[in-house]
Write a protein that binds this ligand. Structure first.
Ligand code: GLU
Length: 511
């Protein structure tokens, strides 16, 4: 048990695109801390940038969080005592509080037009002066303001940032961050359309939602001093703050990108839905991401969620260094978690993937005995759930849909076409005569026959595997036969035999 105060933490994505792995890791660390302290994990949607709004984004974000098992205690879909949880629905609050800031002299209306701003920048550039807003409307008199209003100009509201001293913010992972207060050049808090900027809405919401700890992406470090100044202007205490380490791309050199996901000419996965579709298990991803920038235990790779929650007790133990994403390890972990599933669970997990990849019906797959027969025999070999389809597609095709490779594939080591025809014919007769069509019976009969025909078991079985599946690599042969049944097995073996015979009958071209 923890002796820490229950934390109120939030994941505050902007619905501008799909949830990427960095965002998912941010959400995970917040969730772990909320669960560790017995507090709340809040989902808040920061949609003040309406130009970049993407209507598919919110669903994608929620789906990704649910997939990983990160349940939220308050959020746009379930509400909660501090709602609404979507910023555009909280406008009245922002307007009240911007009025308060204006009244206390910590914010002011600025009527500068975009042309004037361009001209100002041009001049700064020409004179080699530092770039940025020069506070020209900060000290307007009432008359000047009235005059500007009268021209019908629109205005933004800017922060009247402190002009002296230093602003210091403490980051639980990185220590103190300090800047000259005056280096913050009166940023916009309310845009000309009345919508707040990220900074203003974010501070107001974190305060009113009683957030205790902010754990967010490192890209917001430079905004932290401004946020601190805003808290100070209101006379509020700032929540504890931590900026999580950057996630690197697979080369370990660049930052992981949401858009351009190419390293060494190869595209890598970066979006949560891409990992879902590729067939990763949530448990494997949970384990993997927990160790991206933090470490559960250098001695232990595999752990349960409850153990991670228990140990996630100290935000300052997060590593500030950029974190690599070892994709090989993720694949390996996925294999481990796939093998840890019961066969019934694996059957369940495979259904949507097989349905999609092989164009099959989910309800039929749920009851498919063929699939239940095969699952235990492929479990060991899967790294991804999508690996199953190419391995067992033959079992869901009809005999005439099987395409046979080069007939040479039928012929095992040290065998020839005629010998292979004899072996296949013998096997067909065996199967026709078996009283019980079971793995044990098949195994015994085939073993005895291969001995009698003086052919090693490996090459003896090769033509059967190819005739049955159209492949040289497939799940164990007798189990595969049983999975599709005796009649279907015989049909395929006869088809294979026909292919092989026509090949054997073709005269070998003379060089
Ligand atoms: N809306 C911001 C984002 O999407 C949230 C930053 C924060 O957590 O303060 O990254």
């Amino acid at each position: 048990m923890t002796n820490q105060q229950p934390a109120r933490v939030r994941f505050a994505p902007s619905p501008t695109g799909y949830l990427h792995l960095g965002g998912l890791r941010t959400a995970l660390f917040n969730w772990l801390y909320a669960r560790h302290t017995g507090g709340q994990f809040i989902l808040r949607i920061e949609d003040t940038d309406q130009n970049r709004y993407n209507p598919e984004s919110l669903d994608d974000i929620m789906r990704g969080l649910r997939w990983l098992g990160l349940d939220w205690d308050e959020g746009p879909d379930i509400g909660g005592p501090y709602g609404p949880y979507v910023q555009t629905e909280r406008q009245a609050l922002y307007h009240d509080y911007i009025d308060k800031l204006i009244a206390s002299g910590h914010a002011y209306k600025c009527y500068v037009t975009s042309e004037e701003l361009d001209a100002m920048r041009e001049e700064q550039r020409a004179k080699g002066q530092p770039m940025g807003y020069d506070r020209r409307h900060r000290w307007l008199s009432d008359e000047q303001r009235a005059e500007l209003e009268a021209t019908g100009r629109s205005h933004v509201v800017r922060f009247a940032a402190p002009l002296e001293g230093v602003t210091r913010v403490h980051d639980l992972i990185r220590g103190d961050i300090e800047i000259e207060s005056a280096s913050i050049l009166d940023p916009v808090l309310i845009k000309s359309d009345g919508i707040p900027t990220y900074h203003f809405a974010n501070v107001i919401d974190d305060h009113f939602m009683e957030i205790t700890h902010i754990l967010r992406a490192d890209e917001w470090i430079s905004s932290a001093p401004l946020h601190k100044q805003l808290y100070d202007a209101f006379g509020w205490e700032m929540p504890a703050l931590a900026h999580l380490p950057v996630i690197l791309d697979p080369s370990g050199k660049g930052k992981m990108s949401k858009r351009k996901k190419i390293v060494d000419g190869k595209e890598y996965l970066a979006l949560t839905h891409e990992f879902i579709e590729a067939g990763y298990l949530p448990d494997a991803m949970f384990n993997f991401l927990t160790n991206v920038g933090w470490n559960f235990d250098p001695e232990r790779e595999i752990f349960a969620r409850a153990e991670a929650i228990e140990r996630f007790n100290d935000i300052s133990s997060i590593n500030p260094k950029p974190a690599a994403l070892p994709y090989d390890k993720l694949e390996w972990l996925n294999g481990v978690y796939i093998r840890a599933l019961s066969t019934t669970e694996l059957h369940q997990q495979l259904i949507p993937f097989l349905a999609k990849q092989l164009d099959l019906d989910e309800a039929e797959l749920a009851h498919s005995e063929t699939l239940s027969e095969l699952v235990p025999h492929i479990q060991e070999r899967l790294k991804l759930l999508t690996d199953a389809a190419p391995f067992i597609d033959w079992a869901f095709q009809t005999a005439d849909q099987i395409t046979y490779p080069d007939p040479n594939a039928f012929i095992g080591r040290k065998m020839d076409a005629a010998g292979t025809v004899a072996v296949l014919e013998a096997g067909i007769t065996l199967i026709e005569g078996l009283s019980a069509f079971t793995v044990t019976a098949l195994e015994k009969a085939f073993r005895d026959k291969s001995e009698a025909m003086q052919v090693k078991v490996g090459p003896f079985l090769t033509p059967f595997r190819v005739a049955l599946t159209g492949k040289t690599v497939a799940p164990p042969l007798f189990e595969s036969m049983v999975a599709i049944g005796r009649e279907e097995t015989l049909t395929r073996l006869r088809n294979g035999l026909r292919v092989l015979k026509s090949y054997a009958a073709t005269p070998v071209p003379t060089a």
